[in-house]
Design a protein around this ligand. Structure first.
Ligand code: NAD
Length: 496
């Protein structure tokens, strides 16, 4: 008997019935482990009404008390992180150590949010005109919506909600319907930490509830992370309904290798960043751009490492787990076929891997292509699987032009021992997050995460100072405390 997952509204699991639901799979066994109820617009409306009332009170709660809840949440999350990691592995498939790593990165945002009193400080100018002072304050938006993808069921929601809650908002989180359990555990932890009921709510579902969120006048902002076509739709629809929207989309991350780079480090980085989490990371490296004459040597070193990678059940110490669904596994495998058909050289074929796990899992081993050309679909499209392409270029300039002409601009990396070249790269490249000898340059929580071009719609990146800005509205107050000497009529602007 599989378990049933429902919404978390007003501090408890929703007990109402649902006429639509979806199955949740364990990707390592292919078995159905749970069903998740889908919310109707009426259920969402109920959640928004509750969140509006709870959020108002929470927003008026002192910073001291809010911070106490945040600290408690941080402690509980840290103590129970293995539980979340296990839930992620069983629904997403990524190996346990990687699942734990994702929770830890989310935890860092919770830690950042514990410093909210400092982050919310405004400015104060005394005596801008005679007897007049000006100061700025930032206030919560009210109820904010978060819509997250399957690939980071804990970390991505945590890019947003610790800051949203710290700044005094109430949250409606709509996690991916493929792996919703992590958000239910997190909801439970907020309650345990003393967050008032109704401030953190989870509704499950698909397009129906997403559309209801985009249109609901009670939801003031949307933070979305997912594929580019949906991100664009979310941005356009949400802003049309008067909401503040940050919509992070897909990616195709290149790694530029200059001839002077340490090729062992390059090969380690390419394998870790290309095949970690089975390539289902928005910051995964999917293209290695080799400035000749290094390609042959790099490919040899990558191949040596790939042969040693183990694919299997994430609970059994494998390097790489299964893909999230059978449909996604087949889609990624179809790209391997397309690459062969388009004339790329298949160096390592991952389509029939030896697996440490059930025969019914959604398996695909790591694949490496050489001689990939910019017009091939394995180069143009986001594959979101363990497929690494090598494109050979003649010069640094050709490599930079290639990266800059791709539609995506999430992350990129340069591998070199030449500081001047690295400095030029960081200036010239049209990408939001850059690694210098670092293949997955995910910014620390106190910086902001976000790409350029088709990798982000909206102008605000996630977490860091931009996150605080996104979840608050600014006010500037001009004040004068009357002094009899300042009376009298003057219709112009005060000038002294
Ligand atoms: P997805 O776009 O299919 O789904 C994301 C969210 O949108 C889910 O909650 C889903 O339920 C909802 N959704 C799906 N179809 C919808 C529709 N037609 N209308 C409204 N809502 C819809 O993405 P995914 O497959 O869950 O995640 C993988 C994608 O997310 C990749 O493209 C990856 O690059 C991207 N991603 C980007 C970042 C980033 O920071 N830029 C981070 C993680 C993942």
């Amino acid at each position: 008997m599989s378990k049933k997952i429902s919404h978390f509204i007003n501090g408890k699991v929703y007990s109402g019935a649902s006429d639509r639901s979806a199955e949740i799979f364990n990707p390592a066994t292919g078995e159905v482990t749970a069903t998740v109820d889908f919310a109707t617009p009426a259920v969402l409306d109920e959640a928004v009404k509750i969140a509006t009332i709870a959020g108002k009170e929470w927003g008026n709660t002192s910073l001291t008390k809010r911070v106490q809840v945040l600290f408690a949440f941080r402690e509980i999350l840290n103590a129970r992180k293995e539980e979340i990691a296990a839930a992620i592995t069983s629904e997403h498939g990524k190996v346990l150590s990687d699942a734990l790593g994702e929770v830890t990165r989310g935890l860092e945002v919770a830690e950042f949010a514990c410093g909210i009193p400092q982050l919310l400080k405004g400015g104060y100018s005394e005596g801008v005109s005679t007897g007049i002072d000006v100061y700025s304050i930032r206030q919560p938006l009210g109820v904010v919506g978060i819509i997250s993808p399957f690939n980071f069921p804990a970390m991505v929601p945590m890019w947003f909600f610790p800051i949203a809650i710290a700044t005094g908002n109430a949250v409606i989180l709509k996690p991916s319907e493929k792996d919703p359990s992590a958000s239910m555990l997190i909801a439970e932890m907020w309650k345990q930490a003393g967050l008032p009921d109704g401030v953190f709510n989870v509704v499950h579902g698909d397009k129906v509830v997403v559309d209801a969120m985009l249109e609901h006048p009670g939801i003031k902002s949307i933070s979305f992370v997912g594929s580019t076509p949906i991100a664009k739709y979310i941005y356009e629809t949400g802003t049309k309904h008067g909401k503040r929207v940050q919509a992070l989309g897909g990616a195709k991350n290149h790694m530029l290798v200059l001839p002077d780079a340490d090729l062992d480090l390059v090969a380690d980085a390419a394998v870790n960043a290309g095949f970690g989490s089975a390539g289902e990371r928005c910051m995964a490296i999917s293209v290695l751009v080799a400035v000749e004459p290094v390609a042959d040597k790099v490919i040899e070193k990558i191949k040596e490492r790939m042969i040693k990678l183990s694919t299997g059940d994430g609970t059994k110490g494998s390097d790489m787990g299964p893909l999230v669904t059978r449909v996604h596994r087949d889609k990624v495998a179809s790209y391997v076929e397309a690459g062969v058909k388009d004339g790329a050289t298949l160096v390592v074929d991952g389509r029939n891997p030896t697996v440490n796990g059930s025969a019914n899992g959604f398996w695909l081993g790591p694949t490496l292509f050489d001689q990939v050309k910019p017009n091939m679909s394995i180069y143009t499209d986001e594959i979101f699987g363990p497929v690494l392409s090598v494109v050979r270029v003649k010069s640094y300039d050709e490599g930079v032009a290639l990266i800059n002409s791709h539609m995506y601009g999430n992350g990129t990396a340069i591998f070199t021992n030449d500081g001047g070249a690295a400095r030029r790269f960081q200036n010239e490249i049209q990408v939001g997050m850059i690694g210098i000898n670092v293949p997955i340059p995910v910014p620390a929580a106190y910086y902001s995460f976000g790409g350029w071009k088709a990798s982000l719609f909206g102008d605000t990146h996630a977490h860091g100072a931009e996150g605080v800005h996104f979840f608050t509205r600014g006010k500037v107050v001009t004040s004068r405390w009357l002094d009899p000497s300042h009376g009298g009529i003057n219709l112009g602007f005060p000038q002294n």
